[in-house]
Every structure is written in C-alpha cells, then in structure tokens.
Design a protein around this ligand. Structure first.
Ligand code: ATP
Length: 711
C-alpha cells in the first residue's frame, strides 16, 4: 500500500475550496489509502495520469471533480510516498504542474519546488541587464560558498544576475524554498557561516549521507516544515475535516528546534518581531512538556483575558481536545493567577483599581500632604522603584538604586516620597482597595512560602510584564531545568515596565533564541511598520542592552500600505466606511477586518458611521473574549496579540500619537519622557503589524510625527 503526504502548498488553498471539491479531495485521498500502486494506476475514477511536457517526470494529476484536478508527485524510484501538492481548476492544474520541478536541496536535503520554466525564461533577461550594473547583489559571496549553502546550478545562475534585494524578491515565488531563504539572509548581510547555522544546519538531518542522491520518501521525511506524512485513515479524516491551521503541523525549523528541544537547563527566552510565530512556539512547547513530564502541571500565561481565551482554543486544537492533557494546563493572565492565589489564602479580598483611580488617589495624597511632587511623578516612582524592587520600608528605599529615573532624590526628599507611599497605601486599605501589582506582590509572598505549584511555566507576550508579575511567575515554579519558557517582542512593549530578568532569578544567558520569519504580514506591511521604529532603539526583553528589527523576513508579498491624509475627521471616517465596504465586497468576512485608533472617541465616530452603512461592528474590549461576527473596532492597546486580514488605523494625528497627556514632560524627567515617546511609537507599531494583507493608516489635519516621511 502506498503512503500519502500533503505539502503545505496544498493546505494554503484548501480552506477556500468549495464543499464538493473538498469532498472530491477526501474521496481521492481515501483511494490512496486503500489501493495498491497498480490499482491506483488502473482506477478510472481517479485517473492518475502524467502531465505532458512536464519539467518533473514524476508529476501526475488526479481527478477531484469534473472541473478540478489534484496535482500529485509520484515516486519513480521504488519508494512508496505520494505527495499531494495542489488542487486547482483543470487547466490551471496542468499549467501549474508542467512548470514545476521538485528536487532535494543539496545542503538541507529537504524537498523544494521551483517554477523551472519561469526561471529559465527570466534569468537571461536579468543577466543581460546585470552586465552593465555597477554592483551585483551577491558579488561578495563565492560560487563555492553558495553551493555549500545548497544553491544549485539553475538558482546560482539566477542569483548571479540579481542587482538588488528587489530583484531577489521579484523571484521569490519562483525559487526553491530553502535556497530562497539562504539568499534572503545573505542579502540582509548575514555572514555565510551564520546562514549555514541558522538555515541549513537546523534542517539537514544529522545522519545525512555525503552523497545527496536519495529516494523521494527519504527527501519527504527530511521536510517536516513543508510536508506532512499522514499516519493513517483516522488522521487523514481529521485533517480534512477540521478547520485546518497550518501552524499545528508545519513548524519552521527554527520554531521546531526551540519548541521541541528535549530539555533546557533553565529559563529560555524566545524573541522575534511581530508575527514570527512566538505564540505558536509557546503552544508547541506546552505540548512537548506535557508529553515529557508525566502528571506535571503547566501554567501558560499571556497578557489579557481575551488572549488567554484564544490561547486556550488554540491549545485545544493542538492537543486534539484531549481533556486529560488540557486539564494539566492553566491558561490565564498573571494578574488573574495572582488574584486566585491571594483569594485562596486570605479572608478579605480587596478590590483592584485601575490606573485612572490610582492617579486620582495620588492627587489626593499630594493635596493632603501638600507635597512638592506631582501625582504623575509619585505614581511612576511607586511603580518603577517601590513595587519594581519590592521595597517595603523606608530604610530599603533610602538605599535603593533609582536607575532609569531621570531626576535625583536626596535622603530628605526620599523620606518625603516615602510618606506619600505610606499615605497612598493607607488610603487603599481604608477603601478596601488595592492594585494589581500589589496583589502580585502579595501572591509572590504566599508562593515563596510553599512548594511551587507548577512543573513548568510558559509565558507569552512577556515584554510588558512588571517585575512584581515576574516574581509571581518565578515563585510558581521551582528553579531548574525547563522551569520557564518565555516569548516576547520588546518592540511591542506598550506599557511602562522595566525589568532585569537576571536580577529576578530568571537568567536566560545561553538559552536565548530569535525567530526571524514573519508568517503574518506581507513584507510590504512589515517594512513600512519597521520604519516607525527606525529612529529609536528599543531595550531588550531581558533588560540588558537593546534589540533590533534587522534581518526579519516575511514569506508573503502584497500591496504597499496606504498612508492617507484628510482635511477633517468626517472625511477620514467616510473614507474608512468606503474602504471597509470594498473589503467586504472583495470577500473578507467582517471579523477579518480590524479598525483601530488611539482613543475610544474616534472609534465611537467610526462605529456610528459604519453602523449607518449597515456594516456589522463589534467593539473589542481588552479583557473579554468575543466571538460574534462584525468588523472589530479596538483601541491600539486592545490590538495586542490580535491579527486581521485588513487593518485601518485611524486618527494618527499630531497630538494623538503620541498622546501628549501620556508623555511625561522632558523638564519633569528626561529619561521618562524618552521612554514614553518610545512606548507611543511601539503602540502604533503594534497596531500596524496586526495586518496580514492590507494596512491603511490615516489622519486628519497634521499627521503624527511618527509617520515616516511626514516626520
Ligand atoms: N509554522 C507556521 N506555519 C504557518 N503559520 C504559522 C506558523 N507559525 C506561525 N504562523 C501563523 O503566523 C501568525 C503569527 O503567529 P503568532 O501569533 O504565533 O506570532 P507572534 O510572534 O506571537 O506574533 P505577535 O508578537 O505579533 O503577537 C499566526 O496567524 C500563526 O498562525
């Protein structure tokens, strides 16, 4: 009996196939599981036939319906795996199949596909143009080095004709996958040794023979990132039946290497720009840890309740809704977890209050004590220094480092600040109120006194956690192998938190990894958004040094983002309504469209106009999961962790982004001023990078100074 495998290229289009075609796929695939090769060849219904003038002699088509054909790669070397690579309308299928050539990469040994016909046609044209070019893209890399990195003769010839990155990108849909990635990394300036390590070595099987001639079944087994071998009829049925999510099966080698490493000696840090699959890596790590530690419990945290709900759904999908496994994982936010710890331990349960109420309370303190400080200054001092360092008494505060604060405080002024802290806490007690960070501090105290409840803690969206929250996580798991697995992107830090993970007992040195391939947004969206952050440097996730967005790649290409100016807000919103209507006509579902603004007020105006145009809308509140249909309207903060096929960012006006009230005046504290501006930039960056295919950024009047070219 032959075996059956599916290429990712097949799944890319499977979701959008109509039901009768999917039924046809299912029926055809069942035959591959019940017939011998001879029977398959003879089966009239399947009609397995070779493709005339195909560049790859193994190319076959099969009948799916009267009008649709499957494209299959059939072994011709005595091996037994058939690979379904695409399903297309009849003529397109033959055209697609005739031009494609599958081959084993010389270095990674994985299966790749190229458009061999287009490469042959286009390369000579580029070569002619290249002859008069002053400089070629890969001038500094020798043929020998390229070959060692797996570049074969046809691709080498094309690569030698590229003048710049734009030309490489123009070829990106034609080139074999691993070779393209090698060229992209080299084009970004990565040295060949690093490219070998990060692209080739992680894919190449440890036992690869010196000679790369291998049968199709072996080459397929070498390609887990793009090909999935079906183990049996039940798996086949489930894969074709369930809504298919590629991330469940096709991990990038860099994701797989990180998520399925047998064990780490201590905390692990995984960083990566937006959409690089950090959440996906975290979920797969949970799966691995569940398999490895029999009976151990896992805490999986993220930033908001809405994100926790979506993580829970994704984990269910990844674990096939296995209740036994799911029961061993608590998926929640750090605040909710800390709250549950405190509730379980105390008889009284003070109410946590939000930022605005805290600000009002600090104002009261300033007034009552007639202090020479602003409420804003005291709130920041309390957050960053007192709670940040878990300071409980004046003596400790007197000796505390105030690194990161831009104003000096001598001993007598510290005493005055401390009196304000005591009064603030006293007011909270009197009102039977508290703050989330105080709850975290209390929870960490409780947890420190008892055996840690979890075997492993996995943290997603780690960039915004405050030291008090990290202390909870540190105390929830015993220090040791596989204790903490942390994913985050410091470029998406949108709350004012500063941490030094090392000082919190979470040292990740030697266990830090970076994901570089963006699976969400087009290269155009990514590049445009990255320019928002270009003028600044962003502190690293672990708190030492800085991070950078250099070297991120996207697998997708699309339209350039639109940045548009309007005279009035009314015109801007009218244009938004038109844009949303066009997207709906183009076939996007309402929930695949996100509209976002810095303030709820702008969203109110957009909501009114969209409703008036009969467009269903739904306001996203950061804390609550919502499943109903409707175009999503969210503030920039509530966009964290979400994604949409199309995103419109509204009201990116001067004065709104950055929002003047949220930026500490330079005179009050120059360091805080700079940090606030970076945070506001990151906020716009987060909003823009939620878009998969289409991004529009608009403003009325003067634009935000963050808009590239408008600054
Ligand atoms: N290996 C993969 N194959 C296919 N799709 C993937 C893969 N990894 C991630 N994705 C998809 O890419 C998108 C982004 O992934 P994910 O949310 O994990 O990224 P992230 O790095 O956590 O993003 P962000 O930091 O911007 O929130 C998701 O739609 C996810 O399903």
């Amino acid at each position: 009996m032959p075996r059956l495998a599916f290429a990712q290229s097949f799944w890319d289009g499977y979701e959008s196939l109509e039901k009768p075609i999917r039924t046809g796929v299912r029926k055809a695939m069942a035959k591959f599981q019940s017939m011998s090769v001879a029977q398959l060849n003879a089966d009239k219904g399947l009609h397995l036939e070779s493709v005339k003038d195909a560049r790859d002699v193994r190319m076959r088509t099969i009948r799916i319906t009267d009008f649709w054909r499957g494209v299959v790669l059939a072994p011709d070397d005595g091996s037994d795996v058939f690979l379904l690579v695409n399903v297309l309308p009849h003529d397109d299928a033959y055209d697609w199949a005739a031009k494609r050539l599958y081959s084993a990469n010389l270095a990674t040994r994985a299966l790749e596909v190229r458009n061999a016909v287009a490469l042959d046609e286009l390369t000579p044209l580029y070569e002619t143009a290249a002859r008069s070019a002053p400089r070629l893209l890969f001038a500094d890399v020798s043929d020998g080095t390229l070959r060692k990195l797996g570049i074969d003769e046809q691709v080498l010839r094309a690569a030698r004709s590229f003048v710049d990155k734009g030309q490489l990108e123009a070829f990106s849909t034609l080139l074999p996958e691993d070779q393209l990635e090698v060229l992209q990394y080299l084009a970004e300036g990565f040295p060949p040794e690093e490219v070998y390590r990060d692209v080739v070595a992680i894919r190449r099987p440890a036992d690869a023979p010196a000679e790369p001639v291998e049968d199709l079944a072996t080459v397929i087994a070498n390609t887990p990132a793009r090909v999935h071998l079906v183990t049996g009829p039940q798996e086949l049925e489930e894969m074709l039946e369930k809504p298919f999510a590629a991330w469940r099966i096709f991990l990038h080698p860099s994701q797989r290497r990180i998520a399925y490493r047998l064990s780490y000696t201590g905390p692990v840090q995984v960083t990566g720009g937006p959409g690089t699959g950090k959440t996906v890596a975290a979920l797969h790590r949970v799966k691995h840890l569940l398999d490895r530690s029999q009976g151990g419990r896992i805490l999986l945290t993220t930033y908001t309740n809405a994100l926790a709900a979506s993580l829970r759904d994704m984990l269910g999908l990844l674990l096939d809704d296995d209740e036994r496994l799911l029961a061993r994982v608590d998926v929640t936010t750090v605040d909710a977890y800390a709250n549950s710890v405190v509730r379980a331990k105390s008889t009284t349960t003070p109410q946590p209050i939000g930022d605005r109420e805290q600000r009002q309370l600090w104002e009261k303190v300033v007034k009552q004590l007639d202090l020479p400080f602003t409420a804003q200054f005291l709130a920041q001092e309390y957050r960053h220094i007192v709670l940040g360092q878990n300071i409980r008494d004046l003596d400790t505060y007197r000796g505390a480092s105030r690194r990161g604060r831009g104003t000096g405080l001598g001993p007598s002024r510290r005493q005055v600040v401390w009196s304000a802290v005591e009064r603030f806490e006293q007011l909270l007690r009197e009102r039977r109120e508290t703050t989330y960070l105080r709850i975290c501090a209390e929870a960490a105290d409780h947890l420190d006194k008892e055996p840690a409840p979890y075997s492993h803690v996995v943290v997603d969206e780690a960039q915004d956690l405050h030291p008090a929250q990290w202390r909870v996580l540190r105390a929830a798991v015993p220090a040791g192998p596989d204790d903490l697995f942390i994913t985050g992107d410091p470029h998406q830090r949108i709350y004012d938190s500063r941490v030094s993970l090392g000082s919190l007992g979470i040292a990740t040195a030697g266990r830090s990894f970076r994901l570089r391939v963006n699976y969400r947004s087009t290269e155009e969206i990514l590049a445009w958004s990255a320019r928002l952050l270009a003028p600044v440097s962003v502190g690293s996730l672990e708190g030492e040094g800085t991070d950078s967005l250099a070297g991120y790649l996207s697998l997708l290409r699309g339209r350039r983002p639109q940045a548009c100016s309007y005279t009035t807000q009314q015109e801007e919103i009218e244009a938004l309504v038109e844009r949303v209507k066009t997207l709906l006509i183009q076939g996007l579902a309402p929930h695949e469209i996100g509209v976002c603004a810095r303030f709820n007020l702008a969203l109110d105006a957009a909501e009114k106009k969209l409703k008036a145009a009969d467009v269903p809308v739904l306001r996203v509140k950061g804390q609550t999961p919502q499943r109903a249909e409707g175009v999503r309207l969210a503030t920039m903060h509530a966009m964290k962790g979400l994604e949409f096929r199309a995103v419109s960012v509204l009201g990116v006006n001067e004065g709104a982004v950055p929002f003047a009230r949220e930026v500490t005046p330079r005179e009050a504290d120059p360091l805080q001023h700079d940090a606030d501006l970076i945070r506001e930039r990151c906020l716009l960056f987060v909003a823009c990078t939620r878009a998969r295919e289409a991004l529009s950024v608009t403003w009325s009047g003067a634009p935000s100074p963050f808009i590239p070219n408008a600054a």
